[in-house]
Design a protein around this ligand. Structure first.
Ligand code: NAD
Length: 317
């Protein structure tokens, strides 16, 4: 496997999410260079200064930023975090029009200066803006994808792990579909240490009743609201999730991650972006894995697809 530790990451948007991605990526030494583009000159300058003041304590690298898009030139991966975020009471879908407009302003110019870059969308509603980004840039779907339900799946695994008293790394379970209200927990394929979750009954480590499973799903779906209610934005877990995706991409790890990407003939679904586990490496994403699903899980996926497609069509894409 090839590794690209000399890579350049271009982060569009130096807000809470963009800055925290850079902070996590810096600590892990994911790339040699991190470059921010943001229209807010004072903000981007201050974030770059603050990050650079910690350079002594992390693997060697450089961090720079500008309100001139030229700063992204030659990036190997562009991470899109610019745009409006949810206010308390808003859904991610409420951001669709505003953030599609921002994508239309920035993305064509960004891919002009970084024509070989992979494009990782984080801005919400992430499935919708990923589909908009594919249309705006004309790049192949393998190179334009969204962080999708990587964060939701890590919230899901954390809650199951905590309930059963096991390490989160030993829980394998995915949230699929929309990164949002219609997302689907894939309980039927979930395992702990190779034991199907449906059969998990280990002394001192509990079982999951139907009510407890419902509570976990409710918690996953409500997670962003809970964080936003208390501190106005989510940043740490998305920062770590995106850093994990960047490592999979730039170090060609072939990791299985539930990224949002365009479907072509998957279980009867076409021409819609949503999340399913896929193999991720230096060339971007592959087609979704044929993960087993119950009839209800598959029906949920179709519902999620319908919802995303309606919003994308409403935007005129
Ligand atoms: P923020 O308000 O802190 O930062 C947004 C940044 O975008 C600001 O610095 C702003 O100056 C910049 N910006 C706005 N318009 C721009 C333009 N035209 N060109 C360049 N920069 C521009 O918001 P945040 O908390 O960092 O959230 C950013 C986005 O990430 C939101 O859409 C939020 O919903 C999303 N998000 C996604 C996930 C996920 O799992 N996909 C998780 C958390 C947040």
């Amino acid at each position: 496997m090839s590794s690209d530790r000399a890579a350049k990451i271009g982060i569009i948007g130096a807000g809470s999410v963009g800055a925290t991605i850079a902070y996590a990526a810096m600590i892990r030494g994911v790339a040699r260079q991190i470059s921010f583009f943001d229209i807010a000159h004072a903000k981007v300058t201050a974030e770059v200064l603050d990050l650079n003041h910690g350079m002594l304590y992390v693997p060697p690298g450089t961090v720079e930023g500008s309100d001139d898009i030229e700063v992204l030139r030659g990036a190997d991966v562009l991470v899109m975090t610019a745009g409006a975020k949810q206010s308390p009471g808003q859904t991610r879908m409420d951001l669709a029009q505003a953030n599609a407009n921002i994508c239309a302003k920035i993305l064509p110019r960004a891919v002009e200066v970084a024509p070989d870059a992979l494009l990782l969308m984080v801005t919400n509603p992430v499935d919708v803006v990923t589909q908009v980004a594919i249309a705006l840039t004309g790049l192949p779907w393998q190179r334009v994808f969204g962080s999708g339900t990587v964060l939701d799946s890590s919230r899901f695994r954390f809650l199951v792990a905590r309930h059963c008293g096991v390490a989160v790394q030993n829980v394998h379970a995915y949230i699929a579909g929309e990164h949002g209200d219609s997302e689907i927990p894939l309980w039927s394929s979930a395992t702990i240490g190779a034991i199907p979750l449906s059969q998990w009954s280990v002394k001192g480590h509990g079982r999951l009743t139907a009510a407890e499973k419902d509570a976990i799903v409710h918690n996953v779906k409500d997670a962003a609201n809970q964080v936003i209610a208390g501190k106005g934005a989510t940043n740490y877990a998305i920062g770590l999730s995106v850093t994990n995706i960047l490592e999979a991409l730039l170090h060609d790890e072939r990791r299985v991650l539930p990224l949002s990407g365009l479907l072509e003939g998957y279980r009867g679904l076409d021409d819609v972006c949503l999340s399913l586990p896929r193999i991720v490496g230096r060339k971007g994403i592959e087609a979704p894995l044929p993960i087993p699903m119950t009839v209800d899980e598959e029906a949920g996926l179709h519902e999620s697809a319908k919802r995303i497609r309606e919003v994308v069509r409403g935007l005129g894409y």
